[in-house]
Design a protein around this ligand. Structure first.
Ligand SMILES: C[S@@+](CC[C@H](N)C(=O)[O-])C[C@H]1O[C@@H](n2cnc3c(N)ncnc32)[C@H](O)[C@@H]1O
Length: 240
């Protein structure tokens, strides 16, 4: 996969997660490669930084960051055929599972950036996304690893920049400290308004969302996930 125009490979942010797991068998590998040939994208596919160009005219575009095995992404794409989806995930085995889901449901409205989303976002034009999902990001629980957490000023700036006014950011976690960390940073950022009015708004999974793999693991282990929904405030709120 090519690096973003204007950046050298050495500028790449370090990705601390896993890029691969168990070796894929020949059939899974062949399917993954076939799906990536059809639906894989690099920043070079978006010379104007507008992901809408990958879909029919006037299609809103939603982004899922770190889709894991892609259950949520595939279910959303099936439920919203009039929406174009960009899914970002460096973990090869997860992308292989999404490839199966795309094949089985014959989904044509997902494009896959099989890489770190931080390589894509700076190459995008402003206000290109109508919704962004960040579901169960790695909590990096050890204090010395907190700086690896995805929710930080730089990534929030990029999300705010690439979301349209009124666009929705959906965040979920089962990690109490990461929940507090994220809520504090997202609210302090200035570009996002938390929509919760009552406890059910953050206790219950949004009605149209499918359980993700990490969410299922959390529930099985007795951990209660928290679902935070924010709206992108209108106007230039960067640096607020
Ligand atoms: C804990 S898993 C959750 C996966 C999925 N969202 C779920 O709920 O089952 C976090 C995922 O985010 C991915 N990830 C972490 N940092 C990322 C980044 N910078 N860009 C894209 N994906 C990222 C990881 O590879 C991993 O698959």
């Amino acid at each position: 996969m090519g690096h973003a125009p204007g950046t050298k490979p050495t500028d790449r942010p370090h990705f601390y997660g896993r890029r691969s797991g168990q070796t894929l068998g020949p059939r899974r590998r062949a399917r993954l490669e076939a799906i990536l040939d059809r639906f894989g994208i690099t920043a070079a596919d978006l010379p104007d930084g507008n992901p809408a160009r990958l879909f029919p005219a006037a299609t809103p575009v939603w982004l899922e960051i770190g889709f894991g095995a892609g259950e949520h992404l595939a279910a959303q794409a099936a439920a919203h055929p009039g929406v174009g989806f960009i899914g970002c995930e460096p973990f090869r085995n997860g992308v292989a599972t999404l490839a199966r889901l795309i094949d089985e449901a014959d989904l044509g409205n997902i494009r896959i950036f099989h890489e770190d989303v931080r390589l894509l976002m700076p190459t995008l034009a402003p206000a290109v996304f109508d919704r962004v999902f960040l579901l169960f990001p790695d909590p990096w629980p050890k204090t010395r690893h907190h700086r690896r957490r995805f929710v930080n000023r730089e990534n929030l700036d990029q999300m705010a920049r690439t979301m349209r006014d009124g666009a929705e950011l959906r965040f979920a976690t089962d990690h109490a400290d990461y929940c507090r960390w994220s809520l504090a940073r997202i609210r302090a950022h200035g570009a996002f308004e938390w929509t919760a009015r009552r406890a059910a708004d953050w206790r219950d999974r949004p009605a149209d969302a499918t359980e993700t793999r990490f969410e299922q693991k959390a529930l099985e282990a007795g951990r209660q996930p928290v679902y935070l929904t924010f709206l992108r405030r209108p106007g230039d709120t960067q640096g607020a």
